[in-house]
Design a protein around this ligand. Structure first.
Ligand code: PMP
Length: 351
């Protein structure tokens, strides 16, 4: 049902809800989470939560978690803001850093929620193409004059990374603020978290949903100078990280780093093997540094339906700029990848 104009603010009228059907199938490779599971100390922390602890509010701004994340990121806690997933951090940052009517530029295709977060905050999304080598185009981004420039590296859904040179050029020339989304940084060869210290107009956004295997607990954070972080914290508001989430995250950061590093190594190896198997099927996956692979396939939606009938879910993209239709497949344990390749092979044979 569409809301009548008097009820909703104008900018909300065409905003869609996030549309992934909840997937119930044997092998769900659709959401880039950690398919090896959740880290053991975090699981233990959840089991040990005292019964009475839920009656009170959690810490307003999750100071203990900020301290642990600061140690992980190599900064002081005043450089960290947390949130209910990095979705919350990104939306809060856009609200804090741009006036309604200003614009947010990004290289397409990128994280599908970014134009939505812009619009629900009255900010106008503007997309520019990626380069032919899947890099960001700093000059085209700067030329938009946008108040916020969003870069995702490794990029969802392509898995490709922004080059150091392009990022440096972007930050030198950006007219406003740059948000660098590093949700998948742990899986990549390189991180540019250093850029948060290089400029007071840069915010690097991270999450515990991917490498740390805690997507269901919703813990995201950003790193930036105390000045920029303080503004995002105002916008984010208090009590955004639940008590359970904070306890589990603290346990994971203190005791599960070795487990996370081992799973990251597994995910990288699995991703590279998956890309190789896709090439063997005659497909041309994009070069990924994340925990997933994007593979262009004309008619990807029909192929995905056939895969679902074989018990495997992948994420469908239709008509991506300079790519067309594609499937995004999360890298997981070998048994899941074998199921995925078999299902894809079967689906392609039916197409
Ligand atoms: N950024 C990117 C690039 C993502 O792919 C995602 C999740 N799909 C997010 C942010 C949000 O993740 P979360 O809210 O779970 O931290």
């Amino acid at each position: 049902m569409t809301a009548s104009p008097e009820i909703a603010r104008a900018a909300y009228r065409d905003v869609p809800l996030y549309s992934t059907e909840s997937i119930s199938c044997d092998v769900d490779l659709s959401d880039n989470t950690n398919l090896w599971g959740a880290p053991p100390a975090a699981q233990q922390a959840i089991r040990e939560l005292a019964d009475g602890s839920f009656t009170r509010y959690p810490s307003a701004y999750a100071l203990a978690l900020k301290e642990a994340l600061a140690a992980y990121a190599g900064v002081h806690q005043s450089w960290i803001v947390t949130g209910c997933g990095s979705d919350d951090v990104l939306a809060s940052a856009i609200r804090a850093l741009a006036e309604p009517g200003q614009s947010l530029a990004f290289c397409a295709p990128s994280f599908a929620m970014i134009p939505v977060f812009a619009r629900i905050n009255g900010v106008v999304p503007v997309s520019v193409p990626m380069t032919a080598t899947w890099d960001i185009d700093p000059d085209a981004l700067i030329a938009t004059g946008a108040r916020i420039i969003y870069v995702c590296s490794p990029n969802n859904p392509t898995g490709t990374t922004a080059s150091r040179a392009a990022l440096d050029r972007l930050i030198a020339g950006a007219p406003g603020v740059v948000i660098l989304d590093e949700a998948y940084a742990e899986f990549a060869e390189d991180s540019r978290i250093d850029l948060a210290a290089a400029s007071d107009r840069v915010l690097v956004v991270r999450t515990m949903s991917k490498a740390f295997g805690l997507a269901g607990l919703r813990i995201g954070y950003a790193v930036g100078t105390p000045a920029i972080v303080a503004e995002v914290e105002k916008s984010r508001g208090p009590y955004k990280v639940s008590m359970a989430a904070e306890r589990a995250a603290l346990a994971a950061l203190a005791k599960d780093r070795t487990w996370v590093a081992a799973r990251v190594a597994d995910a990288r190896a699995s991703r590279d093997r998956l890309a190789e198997s896709l090439r063997t099927l005659g497909l041309a996956p994009l070069p990924s540094q994340a925990n997933f692979v994007l593979v262009p396939i004309p008619g990807a939606a029909a192929v995905a339906r056939q895969m679902r009938e074989r018990g495997v879910a992948a994420r469908v993209f239709e008509g991506l700029p300079s790519i067309g239709d594609a499937l995004r497949i999360t890298a997981g344990p070998a048994s899941m990848m074998e199921r995925a390749i078999d299902a894809l092979q079967g689906a392609l044979a039916c197409a």
